[in-house]
Design a protein around this ligand. Structure first.
Ligand SMILES: [Zn+2]
Length: 273
């Protein structure tokens, strides 16, 4: 029979010593964190808000230690935490007062890195996908009182996009499922893939995908006999560009016919339709 009182007591102790998001700069000896990522993030947040910089002294799968960046000149802020058997990280030693002089960080706090910036930007980019670099800089300044460079803002926004929408590889992995859903919910839709295999590479290599919705196929006989092809460039890890073929119907309305995603180096666009 488990000792219910002891279990309850332990649970209460864990809850009362867990780091509290509403009081981000309150750190203490014995404080618990759910994982190392949160622990390192909190250490950085604390340093930025306190207008001091810290350096990571030790970082391993089981131990994390950060110290004031003026540690070598006898200034003594320090936090050491280790991973416990239950999976939580516990602060085992904490010297919580900076006795160094407070710095003025108008720009470029060392610990205000892309990770912290992206977390700050995520809710804003989720709400408005065209969140501008200028707005990113203002947003971070309002939160931390530091002005970041455009480069950091750009990298932070890029990281936030990746966290929210996934990366290139994830997008390509989702493509077959997405196309299958298009066919399922639009009966009669045609999807054609061009995949290749190279010697020594076990996976197929994506070349292009072509699809045409059933209403566009049925409407083909009613279009004017001129088809326009337009495309846009996708800048990033892969050289691809989405193309679209459109025509004009008897009411002079633009009608999308075919869509395709092809390599950027395609010389003759029409050959994919
Ligand atoms: Zn210090």
């Amino acid at each position: 029979m488990p000792d219910v009182d002891a279990l309850t007591r332990d649970l209460d102790e864990i809850q009362t010593t867990m780091w509290d998001e509403s009081r981000p700069t309150v750190l203490a000896n014995g404080m618990l964190f759910s994982d190392k990522a949160l622990l390192t993030r909190v250490a950085k947040m604390y340093s930025v808000r306190e207008c001091r910089e810290m350096i990571v002294w030790e970082s391993s799968p089981d131990v994390y230690k950060a110290v004031c960046h003026r540690w070598f000149t006898s200034f003594h802020w320090m936090m050491r935490a280790s991973k416990k058997e239950i999976g939580l990280w516990k602060v085992s030693k904490y010297i919580g007062t900076h006795n160094c002089k407070m710095d003025i960080f108008n720009r470029n706090h060392f610990n205000l890195d892309v990770d912290l910036i992206s977390l700050q930007l995520i809710p804003h980019i989720e709400a408005f996908i065209r969140y501008k670099i200028k707005e990113c800089i203002t947003c971070v300044h309002q939160e931390y009182g530091c002005t970041i460079t455009k480069r950091k803002a750009c990298l932070g926004r890029k990281r936030a996009f990746k966290i929210i929408y996934g990366d290139w590889d994830k997008s390509f992995t989702s493509l077959p499922r997405y196309m299958a859903a298009l066919k399922h919910f639009n009966p009669g839709t045609v999807v054609e893939w061009k995949l290749e295999r190279s010697a020594g590479i076990p996976e197929y290599i994506f070349r292009y995908v072509f699809w045409a919705f059933k209403p566009a196929i049925d409407g083909f006989v009613h279009y004017f006999p001129v088809i326009s092809i337009g495309g846009t460039h996708v800048y990033g890890k892969y050289d691809i560009k989405p193309l679209i073929a459109v025509a004009v119907d008897a009411n002079e309305q633009i009608f999308p016919q075919l869509l395709s995603s092809v390599p950027m180096k395609a010389k003759r666009r029409g050959c994919y339709f």
